[in-house]
Design a protein around this ligand. Structure first.
Ligand code: ADP
Ligand code: MG
Length: 419
């Protein structure tokens, strides 16, 4: 009775590998792929899943030969859209002709696949807009409908009788469980890549709003200087040379304010991942420029030893990673201190060390670092900064090592491999 289990599992394995894993691995590891190319690769992957299933069918009962091709066509069509489903059905019919004879069985398969295609055309938009749970429900109902349809055809053709209820139940169970499994895990994988990006974006907004007060404080200083000079110029008390000197100072101060705002705005731009060759020195310097007003406000001196090293990564995400760490360091030194930033090029990668002389962390705090919502800052903290740091470093295939001693300070050691 259960001699088909092995082949059934093999069919499931094809679906898991070609519909879930390969598209997911490409999505997470290959950057800068256009949307169309990604869809093309996903379609080829689904086609391979479908053909592999067709090459390894299994028998349930005496008459019914079964494989999970319909699951591949349904799921592929629902996720990849109408054009992809037409391609899938056409390729399915060609392979079906090649593998079997051109008879009543082929007509039955052709009718079933046309029904699948029509349903995909009807429900694709609803599926696209649906939530995760509704998508699972839609896909399973679709599967149930197609199974019923295929079984009715088999009844009409005389392949199946009411006494074959075990076969009928198995047929339904195999399809429904496989569809549920594939759609559920596909949604889970999509959700996890989506939440990664969302957490990073949310934390960025938080950092942007925190930094705003120190930035505006820093911009006010040059403005006050310029205002004072303008008031004095208005009184016309100076000779030509002195006036020119003060105008020169005003222009420098305005430039400084402009630079501060410019740095801040570059950082505040929205996140979209793109991995390119970046100059580490430049990205670190940009982050330092943004964090300097906050360091000044907290009486923290920044000491740097940065080399112009080239590495592969996303400049925006790198800056965010450095900013989240340095911001934590400055916050750990409320009564002032020193922040050291040091880079070193190794044979196989780059090491960036960021060290503070702040309050440090206990072993328990250190263990919880990076845990979502873990913060010791009460309402001031979000507990998402280090989580975003860890995610960004992981995205760039790097490693983070943190050592800390209570009341002495903390050292963040980041390693990025060379491309
Ligand atoms: P938040 O800064 O919003 O609290 P983070 O995820 O950035 O959230 O940091 C989590 C916690 O880790 C902080 O609340 C703090 O207790 C600890 N921490 C992080 N960096 C340092 C540091 N440089 N020195 C001391 N403690 C730190
Ligand atoms: Mg933080």
């Amino acid at each position: 009775m259960f001699n088909y289990i092995e082949t059934l599992l093999l069919n499931l394995l094809f679906l898991v590998v070609f519909i879930l894993f390969i598209p997911h691995i490409i999505e997470t590891n290959v950057k800068n792929l256009s949307c169309q190319l990604k869809k093309g690769i996903q379609l080829i992957s689904v086609i391979i899943a479908m053909i592999s299933c067709m090459l390894f069918p299994f028998h349930i009962g005496d008459e019914i030969i079964l494989d999970l091709r319909t699951v591949a066509i349904m799921v592929g069509g629902l996720y990849l859209g109408r054009k992809a489903s037409v391609t899938l059905v056409v390729i399915f019919l060609i392979i079906r002709l090649y593998l079997g004879e051109f008879g009543i069985g082929f007509y039955a398969s052709a009718i079933a696949s046309l029904i699948i295609l029509s349903v995909i055309f009807l429900i694709r938009n609803i599926f696209d807009r649906a939530s995760k749970h509704r998508r699972i429900l839609i896909a399973c109902s679709f599967s149930f409908f197609i199974c019923t349809f295929v079984l009715v055809i088999r009844f009409l053709l005389g392949h199946l009788h009411v006494s074959d209820y075990k076969v009928i139940i198995t047929f339904f169970l195999v399809h429904l469980i496989s569809t549920f499994f594939i759609v559920y895990f596909s949604e889970m994988l999509q959700e996890s890549s989506y939440t990664n990006m969302q957490v990073i974006k949310a934390e960025k907004l938080e950092v942007v709003s925190h930094l705003a007060s120190s930035i505006s404080h820093e911009v006010r200083n040059p403005l006050t200087v310029v205002k004072g000079i303008l008031q004095m110029l208005y009184k016309n008390e100076w000779d030509e040379e002195k006036r020119n000197q003060f105008i020169e100072i005003s222009l420098q101060e305005i430039d400084r304010a402009n630079d501060i705002i410019g740095n801040y705005l570059t950082f505040a731009k929205s996140v979209h991942e793109e991995h390119i060759i970046v100059n580490l020195e430049q990205e670190l310097q940009r982050s330092i420029n943004v964090i300097t007003p906050m360091a000044n406000m907290n009486c923290v001196d920044i000491h740097t030893m940065i080399e112009p090293i080239r590495m592969k990564g996303d400049p925006q995400l790198l800056q965010q990673c450095f900013l989240n760490i340095t911001k934590n360091c400055i916050e750990a030194m409320p009564n002032g201190g020193n922040l050291f930033i040091h880079t070193e090029e190794m044979v196989d990668g780059v090491v960036i060390e960021i060290k503070d002389t702040g309050e440090g962390m206990s072993d328990e705090q250190l263990n919880r670092l990076g845990e979502p919502f873990f913060t010791t800052k009460g309402r001031e903290g979000t507990g998402l900064g280090m989580m975003a740091v860890i995610k960004i470093i992981k995205l760039m295939k790097g490693k983070l090592d943190v050592t800390s001693k209570k009341n002495e300070g903390t050292l963040f050691r980041i390693y990025f491999p060379h491309p």
